[in-house]
Ligand binder design. Structure first.
Ligand SMILES: Cc1cc2nc3c(=O)[nH]c(=O)nc-3n(C[C@H](O)[C@H](O)[C@H](O)COP(=O)(O)OP(=O)(O)OC[C@H]3O[C@@H](n4cnc5c(N)ncnc54)[C@H](O)[C@@H]3O)c2cc1C
Length: 377
């Protein structure tokens, strides 16, 4: 009989896992705390390592149709001069930027309706011989052969396994917004602009929409400025190159999202018995390399390779964790390092950083990028 699995948390990671496991013939149900399955209004970049998996799941075509294929990543100074450009050609599957809701929908639409259970908050689990019982708010209990905790950076499943420890704040805040395409952008190009202690990113996500993000060094959990998020971002990026001021201006103030940059040190062991973790619950990554969701998608593909045919779910989970631990720790380290360098403030250090970055990326960016993008699960 096919193994029965619970996926707790129906974000991008949970849905990717559910689809990959469903396609592999397993009996999987997703329990999500939100009353409906929905993703917040921002974009996400998906790099060739993740689009390869999405292709194998049969959903890449739809994502490419809704998003915008990336052909080049440009790095600028705040006056608009270019530090470097990285072409994105030559990978088996393309990079793409897409609205999160479009990605999410592409992942859950092929799933049977009965396998999606919104409005369920997982509170705890009990791991017994030969099975796991998940307990939800309101008292419902569900028993299965395995439980996959994909409930995000503040995962309750991770907290039960490893203790409730707050994620580490990395010293800067991130705003994200969506604006209509102001025109004049080169199709397929995405960019990040580096200043002193602040950065601004521009990602066309298809259908005439541009997702932007902005970072700034400050203490954790700061409240919004009195005059609101848009005014705060406008002031921080005043005088930066076009179309940055226009994009900020064209964004509905109420739609600007704000997040603290956080991650966690890698875990030595992720799960126990019939319980494992996936995505941000296992390895939250600062957004500096745009790989958090991509790692969750890779996790999903890895689980779906190891679980079918496994007699023992717990052993398959441990094999999955061993396969995924080093890869996700490496990416998280890269992201943290780039975030630290990108947020340097001293103007002289910043000039040196931009100069060295240009030299390093001019030499052989392909070697470093291949380790990330050409990865096969
Ligand atoms: C500013 C920013 C920009 C980013 N940009 C990129 C990018 O360009 N590319 C990229 O690859 N990654 C990016 N990331 C990272 C990416 O967003 C995350 O890695 C990804 O969303 C993780 O997916 P997840 O499913 O593991 O977690 P989440 O997306 O957090 O999903 C967790 C789900 O679990 C649900 N949940 C939580 N608690 C419970 C509970 N108790 N019971 C039931 N359900 C629960 C939540 O409602 C949610 O639906 C970015 C992150 C940030 C902060």
């Amino acid at each position: 009989m096919s193994k029965k699995l619970i996926v707790a948390g129906g974000g991008i990671g949970g849905m990717a896992a559910a689809l990959a496991l469903h396609r592999a013939g397993l009996d999987v149900t997703v329990f999500e705390r939100a009353p409906v399955f929905a993703e917040v209004g921002a974009g996400v970049s998906l790099w060739p390592n993740a689009t390869r998996v999405l292709e194998s799941l049969g959903v890449l075509e739809e994502i490419l149709a809704r998003g915008e294929t990336v052909t080049q990543f440009n790095l600028h100074r705040s006056d608009g001069t270019r530090i470097s450009a990285i072409p994105m050609a030559g990978y088996a599957t393309p990079a793409v930027c897409v609205h999160r809701a479009d990605l999410h929908r592409a992942l859950y639409t092929p799933l049977p309706a009965a396998s999606l259970e919104p409005g369920h908050i997982i509170e705890s689990f009990q791991d017994e011989d030969g099975g796991v019982t998940a307990r939800f708010a309101g008292g419902r209990e569900v028993r299965a052969d395995g439980l996959i905790g994909s409930d995000g950076i503040n995962s309750v499943i991770r907290a039960q396994l490893h203790g409730a420890v707050p994620a580490d704040y990395r010293g800067y805040r991130i705003w994200r917004g969506l604006a209509p395409d102001p025109g004049g952008l080169v199709r397929g190009h995405i960019s990040e602009t580096w200043g002193a202690g602040r950065r601004f990113g521009i990602m066309p996500i298809g259908q005439g929409r541009i997702c932007w993000y902005a970072t700034y060094n400050c203490p954790a959990s700061q409240p919004d400025a009195m005059d609101g998020r848009q005014a705060e971002v406008r002031a921080l990026f005043r005088g930066w190159h076009d179309p940055i001021p226009a994009l900020i201006e064209a964004t509905a103030p109420a739609d600007i999202l704000k997040t603290d940059a956080r991650d966690r040190p890698p875990l030595r062991t992720w799960g126990r018995g019939g319980v494992t973790l996936l995505g941000d619950a296992a390895h939250p990554i600062t957004p500096n390399v745009g790989q958090g969701a991509c790692m969750a998608i890779e996790d999903a593909a890895c689980l779906a390779k190891l679980l079918p045919g496994a007699m023992d779910v717990a052993r398959a989970f441990r094999a999955y964790e061993q396969a995924r631990g080093p890869r996700t720790a490496f990416i998280a380290r890269q992201a943290r390092r780039i975030g630290t360098i990108g947020q340097w403030e001293n103007p002289w250090v910043v000039r040196g950083r931009n100069f060295v970055t240009r030299l390093v990326l001019a030499r052989r960016p392909g070697v470093q990028l291949n380790a990330v993008y050409a990865y096969k699960v």
